[in-house]
Ligand binder design. Sequence first.
Ligand SMILES: *[C@@H]1O[C@H](CO)[C@@H](O)[C@H](O)[C@H]1NC(C)=O
Ligand SMILES: *[C@@H]1O[C@H](CO)[C@@H](O)[C@H](O)[C@H]1NC(C)=O
Ligand SMILES: *[C@@H]1O[C@H](CO)[C@@H](O)[C@H](O)[C@H]1NC(C)=O
Ligand SMILES: *[C@@H]1O[C@H](CO)[C@@H](O)[C@H](O)[C@H]1NC(C)=O
Ligand SMILES: *[C@@H]1O[C@H](CO)[C@@H](O)[C@H](O)[C@H]1NC(C)=O
Ligand SMILES: *[C@@H]1O[C@H](CO)[C@@H](O)[C@H](O)[C@H]1NC(C)=O
Ligand SMILES: *[C@@H]1O[C@H](CO)[C@@H](O)[C@H](O)[C@H]1NC(C)=O
Ligand SMILES: *[C@@H]1O[C@H](CO)[C@@H](O)[C@H](O)[C@H]1NC(C)=O
Ligand SMILES: *[C@@H]1O[C@H](CO)[C@@H](O)[C@H](O)[C@H]1NC(C)=O
Ligand SMILES: *[C@@H]1O[C@H](CO)[C@@H](O)[C@H](O)[C@H]1NC(C)=O
Length: 876
Amino acid sequence: MVHWTSFLPLLGSAVSVAAAATSKLPSAQVVPGAYIVELADNHDSDSFYSTLGSDDVAVKHRLKLDYKLFKGTSFQLKNVSDMDGAAAKIANMDMVMRMWPVRIFNVPKDEVIWKGTDGRTEFAQAALKKRQSGNATTDTFSTHVMTQVNQLRQEGVTGSGIKIAVIDTGIDYLHPALGGGFGAGHLVSYGTDLVGDDYTGFNTPVPDPDPIDECEGHGSHVAGIIAAQENPYGFTGAAPDVTLGAYRVFGCGGSAGNDVLIAAYNQAYEDGSDIITASIGGASGWTEDPWAVAVQRIVEAGVPCTVSAGNDGDQGLFYASTAANGKGVTAIASVDNTQSPQVLTNATYSTGNSSTESFGWTPGSPANWPNVSLPLWNVNNDPTDTANGCDAYPADTPDLSGYIVLIRRGTCTFVQKATNAAAYGAKYVLFYNNVEGLISVSAAVDGIEGTGMVTAEQGEEWVADLASGITVTVNIVDPKVAPIYIVSQPNDVTGGFLSTYTSWGPTYEVDVKPQLAAPGGMILSTYPRALGSYAVLSGTSMACPLAAAITALVAEVRGTFDPVELENVLSATSNPNLFNDGASTYPVLAPVAQQGSGLLQAYDAAYAKTVLSVSSISFNDTANLVQTTNFTIQNTGGDEVTFDLANVVAATGYTLEAGTIFPSPFPNELDTTGATLSFSEDKVTVPAGGSAVVSVTVSPPALDATRLPVYSGYITLNSTSDSLSLPYLGVVGSMKNATVLSAADTYLTTSADPNANPISGNQTFTIPSNNGTAPNGTAYPEVFLGLALGSSYVKLEVIPQTGYNTSSLGNIFGFPQVYLPRGGSVWEFNGQLEDGSFAPAGSYTFKVSALHIFGDMAKESDYDVTETETFAIKYI
Ligand SMILES: *[C@@H]1O[C@H](CO)[C@@H](O)[C@H](O)[C@H]1NC(C)=O
Ligand SMILES: *[C@@H]1O[C@H](CO)[C@@H](O)[C@H](O)[C@H]1NC(C)=O
Ligand SMILES: *[C@@H]1O[C@H](CO)[C@@H](O)[C@H](O)[C@H]1NC(C)=O
Ligand SMILES: *[C@@H]1O[C@H](CO)[C@@H](O)[C@H](O)[C@H]1NC(C)=O
Ligand SMILES: *[C@@H]1O[C@H](CO)[C@@H](O)[C@H](O)[C@H]1NC(C)=O
Ligand SMILES: *[C@@H]1O[C@H](CO)[C@@H](O)[C@H](O)[C@H]1NC(C)=O
Ligand SMILES: *[C@@H]1O[C@H](CO)[C@@H](O)[C@H](O)[C@H]1NC(C)=O
Ligand SMILES: *[C@@H]1O[C@H](CO)[C@@H](O)[C@H](O)[C@H]1NC(C)=O
Ligand SMILES: *[C@@H]1O[C@H](CO)[C@@H](O)[C@H](O)[C@H]1NC(C)=O
Ligand SMILES: *[C@@H]1O[C@H](CO)[C@@H](O)[C@H](O)[C@H]1NC(C)=O
């Protein structure tokens, strides 16, 4: 029997990918005709398919989900023309408890700052150093110093024997720094490929047992952050003695369905993983999302699960991503590395008769520099020329094939600059930067063989030499074999602060998100051998695996994998930091909705004698205010401890842009006014081995409730031993009062317009009847649905304009939709209604009703409603 009270998320009907009509309205994506079902007890995918067979419903099996914590299957409906009827039939089968459309998640778009030169092979031959336990060397890797990992490593804590499953693009386990093999005794000792190379997210996965990552790179980078072995770059992963499970969920095409993600999580759980991590997500904001629910069950079964918070910081507040937004799931925010690692290729130069000196550079694309030794030439010798080389070179320019052309960065593109040099025969160009640091330049221009970049200082020095008439001869060793080395520049602007891209919570139901923060911006780690072997990437994807590794180290010291205890100690011992907008730092703590508990402190968490009963507190919104709540302080130590309690306020963030129904994009307006807290006692003494309960009463700040300000801060518990902080947040105003539907962005459009622009009314759509085949160019009426905030229940009804005494024919097939994220989406109407029948030919409007957050489904007044222009349908 269908479980209607759980808001059966029905059946997206021929949903196309949303065209972002306005920048405020990003898109949601589902696979047309693909569904996940969860089955009642005593049923499995075999009984499901045999019942379907006898009912004559043709489906293509996607994935069996016969797991302890999730019993179901996913499938693709075969017959496109009567697919909606088939889906309705399936949803109404007795054994089907819940049914969801398959939703697609892309490989996170983490920024590639640098990656090694394709085809460099010396690392593959590098002697594989024996995996080392203990303190052989001091760990000075900046992300480890920032999070106290170095202090645990100093003591020989390395995560020995702990099984961490990585759900990602696979792992290049043949990489010498990732163990050089797969299976028992190797670093990557277990796992599987759930999808195969050709999987796109939309087609049927073709699993195989080999989870190698050769075409993508993301998972190999993540794996190295956890457990990279000794390597020529002198770093290791945070927990190099763990054993990794590789669960590959992306093909080479870069997207995965949530059925695959649910399967991967459950497989990793059943394979005995101690910790499961996924640097994957998509817009949601609802704890009820099916993937989030699947992960929640695994956490409740005793396995800590970390998921990256998302890279959508620009969207502002209430943009929690799934599965990070699940209850009990540990969502990981990103802070920027205090050091910007830069990998340089070594080369030399000589001036006049002087001896050779070395310099570092970054090869660009192309980088076909066989050993090249040529003098430098510059179109002018002005090191302040802001548009150096942007104009065509003068007619008296010599043949440049015997030179390396030196060009300052700026004003026009690298391609433009290289084209001007190539016009005079140049084959090699070196750009010098006009700001600090180096980047990988790209200038595919006919005739140009080699490109690259040197620092501003190096370029200016050479230009000064050239200006004094000195010949500068540069000797480039082929970058495929040249020595490379790493330099680190301190990041004085954003180092240690929250990354601007990190996604903000809370969930629409005011659950605290994210939980913890770890370094994720400018991270050096391993990369597939075929893609350069090493890379520097930025994203919450890089923060999440470090948090998983730290969870392992702390679990090793504390002797428990209890997800609640681990999250609570990790949260209480983290360091909240000030707000930074990417350019400046402000004298107020960053909101909990951005940084959670703050930057992880592994050593303090491992040895904290005090354990709080919660990792955070939500006071909810004013309408549902949890005025007084409590938490327990447990003292596991041998001495009595007295704590001083205080409230340290963090910045309050306004959710909505003044005078609009839309959330402000980052950096949203902040206010330093926070909540006032009072405690049952300001000084709490907890006996050795005992515990004490503290009750907390909140007075939210008096701020403009129509803009839904989110206030937050930290309850600090200071003592002469542990000093802890407990994050809290709440919303001023009523989530239920907020408008969720943007009527101005909800309108009639047509499938003939891929950009989904509005169309005028009174157009007739001639469409095939239920058993017909659509001729080429058939246009269907569509609705563009614009949600300013998420909605847990959305109706899309067909309203007859003539000839009926009924006011509504009910929803179009596929509606109601439940737990939609905010943003825009496009929904097509092929004439079929919610019950599978077809609307008669006639004249209609669409009526869209979106339920308010915390609204009552049964109450008309809890919906935002709008009606589109009139349209007519006629059947062929
Ligand atoms: C769908 O099934 C019907 C009846 O079995 C068949 O006539 C029709 O050709 C099929 N359509 C497609 C697109 O496969
Ligand atoms: C690491 O060093 C610490 C103190 O310097 C020492 O107590 C510990 O035994 C060492 N661990 C190993 C595995 O050598
Ligand atoms: C670069 O090459 C020069 C000359 O071979 C050498 O002296 C120098 O040590 C190298 N520098 C680095 C950082 O490898
Ligand atoms: C806030 O209150 C609403 C309404 O009672 C409830 O549904 C929601 O779960 C609450 N949120 C939290 C985090 O407790
Ligand atoms: C703490 O709060 C819970 C509910 O949140 C309540 O049941 C309990 O009685 C409270 N305990 C104390 C000591 O106030
Ligand atoms: C506890 O320490 C923090 C950080 O040093 C400080 O901000 C807070 O005011 C202290 N609380 C009390 C009660 O002393
Ligand atoms: C919600 O809106 C109603 C009606 O406009 C208003 O009376 C009420 O005060 C609002 N509630 C909050 C918490 O803002
Ligand atoms: C559509 O037709 C109705 C009824 O004839 C008329 O009132 C309305 O203005 C028309 N709309 C458009 C956009 O032409
Ligand atoms: C198509 O459907 C119509 C009406 O439902 C029916 O009369 C007709 O026989 C069907 N045609 C086929 C080929 O099934
Ligand atoms: C429909 O379009 C496809 C591809 O554009 C073409 O191959 C096919 O012949 C067309 N069919 C008809 C009936 O025009």
